[in-house]
Design a protein around this ligand. Structure first.
Ligand code: SAM
Length: 308
């Protein structure tokens, strides 16, 4: 069959823990039936982030319906804006890009902090819940900040403010129209939900492919990373997720989960081996790039866990 369903969209936000480096390793481990017929009747992703695997699969498999969740309201809202109002969003972003690129370095820096303030004011005011067309501006700000901020990552401080400093780029592609169009297309037949991962249970049924990529359990104290949300994801959440995984396993769905391997730091650490005992646990090479210190970079093992 013809596998080429869409041209491939790429994640429209650079997201910490993005899985672009792991795509081939994940694809190799898809259920044989999906690899054979190229059809995914239902795809559920409870920790969506930048959606690297979702976009990859959409371009190569026939994905009939998708349910994408993330606890970050700003992120889900940005997806919804691209799903419903991409033309308007692109118009605003194009205007922002033209203005920004016409500025001197000093002006760009001021412009960045001005937009960051506007974004945080709006964010704190409306809490980011729900969706309406007036959220388009806020999404344009988010994309702008992601393309022009230092390291281009989304990060919040403890009071929930976006606090990434200005990054120096020669020619940042703030409005990548071609990709936004592809993202818009890929988001058809897709439900986007802002919720804790446990809500995904509503959509998980026999035959569904479920990909879970939770925030990492920190490899060491210096790489501690809680910045997707002010609240974070602690060890108790990792255990809660493992219970959820076992529950969902009863439904004859295909469960694929990735996480960092604590054995990189401490070969005796059996945390995930115990939590996911009885399932297939593979350790694969992955490049990660979210740490600023050199030690955390380079090839390290990632866990891929399957119930099939
Ligand atoms: C490792 S990232 C996912 C990265 C994604 N696979 C990609 O390719 O970009 C984890 C995501 O989980 C979200 N998250 C954190 N706590 C959550 C929770 N309790 N329920 C659902 N999502 C949560 C974060 O907002 C973040 O986007």
């Amino acid at each position: 069959m013809n596998r080429k369903v869409y041209s491939q969209a790429r994640p429209f936000l650079k997201w910490a823990g993005g899985k672009t480096q792991l795509l081939l390793q994940l694809e190799k481990r898809l259920p044989p039936q999906i690899l054979d017929d190229g059809v995914i009747s239902r795809y559920v992703e409870p920790f969506l982030g930048g959606g690297a695997l979702f976009f990859y699969l959409k371009a190569r498999y026939q994905v009939e319906e998708s349910f994408l969740l993330d606890a970050n309201p700003e992120l889900i809202r940005a997806y919804q804006v691209i799903q419903n109002d991409h033309r308007h969003l692109m118009e605003i972003l194009k205007g922002m890009e033209d203005e920004h690129l016409g500025m001197t370095e000093e002006q760009r820096k001021n412009n960045y902090y001005h937009i960051r303030d506007a974004y945080n004011r709006q964010k704190l005011k409306d809490g980011g819940e729900g969706y309406s067309s007036d959220r388009i501006n806020q999404t344009a700000y988010l994309i702008f900040l992601n393309k022009t901020g230092y390291n281009g990552l989304f990060r919040l401080n403890k009071s929930g403010e976006y606090n990434v400093p200005f990054g120096r780029y020669l020619n940042p592609a703030i409005c990548d129209e071609a990709n936004l169009l592809l993202v818009h297309e890929a988001l058809q037949n897709t439900e986007l939900i802002c919720a804790d991962f446990s809500r995904a249970g509503e959509f998980i049924k026999k035959g569904a492919l479920v990909y879970m990529d939770p925030p990492y359990r920190p490899l060491n104290r210096t790489s501690y990373f809680t910045d997707y949300s002010a609240r974070g994801f602690d060890e108790e959440d990792q255990k809660r997720l493992a219970r959820f995984y076992r529950d969902m396993d009863q439904r004859e769905s295909y469960l694929l989960l990735s996480n960092s391997d604590p054995k990189n730091e401490d070969p005796e650490d059996e945390f995930f081996d115990e939590l996911y005992g009885g399932y297939h646990i593979d350790r694969v090479d992955a490049k990660r790039n979210i740490n600023s210190d050199k030690r955390g970079r380079g090839i390290i093992n990632e866990l891929i866990i399957r119930n099939y």
